[in-house]
Design a protein around this ligand. Structure first.
Ligand code: TRP
Length: 335
């Protein structure tokens, strides 16, 4: 029997190149060796987008296009929508009794997110946002997931999930599976502006769905070595964002690019043009597959519904087990 992995993604924007290397490509590789569940976490997205639900709704499909075009194969992975699995919400409620407020307030990732979202939360965060890691524990345990592929920043959520599982099992008897994190190697991809991270809200992202002309324009204005002002000035590839991107899209060319840059034969304009060509060659198949999916939104929704049906069957069983343990198993559970 293959082990089961579950991964979740918040539908808050189209996916960019950082998502591709940091997550998507690796998830696509894992689907051969694992039974793979990929959840579009619209309920979690609402915890910081409650003021614009229509945006979350629109992004569910956009993210589905990017996931499928980027290699999540609906024939091998179960792709589904979180809000269509009410069992997750019910588990979240029960898990709330096993987690203290102070435990939630110590979560370093949530703390950092609250600090970034001051405009939304001011100095009083919502119960829903503070509690999203509890709901994430429900996401994971609802499907008896063995492994959760995540970036480093999500490790506190997996740790909390494991604590909830242990507490539940210790109080009520062995019921839930304790998952493990599988850390995705995310050499954080810098933004085109040289910022520490690519992020859609930072305005420095290269989207998988960007058109060729947009890619050209974004790369033309990318940051290079600030000390290299003229074509023949010797450059410092180690500080150059464009060079870093050549490392992702143009591995073979890297050695000669570095040498040419350092010796001053390579100018930034040509270097960027070459990068844009590489990036566009890489993105072209994605754009093509995505366009095919975009032309058939109802088929993509049907894929999501089919995945949701499969996923929900698992969650129903887990919830039944949980309710039995909590002595909430009245006469088969339906009134
Ligand atoms: N919090 C995750 C993120 O922001 C998304 C997510 C929601 C998730 N539910 C999950 C990740 C369950 C792994 C497992 O990236």
């Amino acid at each position: 029997m293959k082990k089961r992995i579950l991964t979740g993604i918040r539908p808050t924007g189209r996916l960019h190149v950082g998502h591709y290397f940091g997550m998507l490509r690796q998830i696509a590789e894992l689907q051969d060796d694992f039974e793979s569940l990929v959840m579009i976490a619209d309920v979690q997205a609402l915890t910081d987008n409650f003021h614009r639900p229509q945006k979350v709704r629109a992004m569910v499909l956009e993210v589905a296009y990017d996931l499928i075009a980027g290699g999540v194969d609906p024939a091998r992975s179960t792709l589904f929508i979180q809000s269509l699995i009410p069992e997750i919400a019910e588990l979240t409620l029960y898990y709330g009794n096993l987690v203290t407020i102070s435990r939630l307030q110590q979560n370093p990732t949530v703390k950092a997110e609250i600090a970034q979202k001051r405009a939304l939360f001011g100095n009083s965060v919502t119960y829903g946002f503070l509690g999203y890691p509890v709901s994430q524990a429900a996401d994971i345990t609802a499907f008896d997931a063995d492994l959760v592929p995540v970036g480093e920043d999500q490790l506190p959520q997996i740790e909390l999930t494991r604590e909830i599982v242990r507490k539940f099992n210790q109080l009520y008897g062995p019921t839930l599976k304790e998952p493990q994190a599988r850390v995705l190697h995310t050499a954080r991809i810098r933004g085109l502006d040289g910022g520490s991270k690519m992020g859609k809200s930072l305005g420095n992202a290269l989207f998988l769905s960007d058109e060729a002309a947009t890619v050209d324009r974004k790369i033309r204005s990318a940051l290079t070595d600030p000390q290299k002002l003229h074509l023949h000035d010797p450059g410092h590839p180690e500080v150059c964002t464009v060079f870093e991107y050549h490392g992702l899209f143009n591995r073979e060319g890297l050695g000669s690019i570095a040498a040419e840059c350092r010796s001053g034969v390579r100018g930034c304009v040509a270097c960027k043009r070459e990068l844009a060509e590489r990036v566009n060659a890489f993105l072209e198949p994605h754009r093509r597959r995505r366009a095919e999916l975009e032309a058939r939104p109802s088929e993509v929704l049907e894929i999501l519904m089919e995945g949701t049906r499969r996923a929900r069957a698992i969650a129903r069983e887990v919830l039944a087990r949980v309710k039995e343990r909590l002595h909430l198993d009245y006469l088969g559970g339906v009134a």
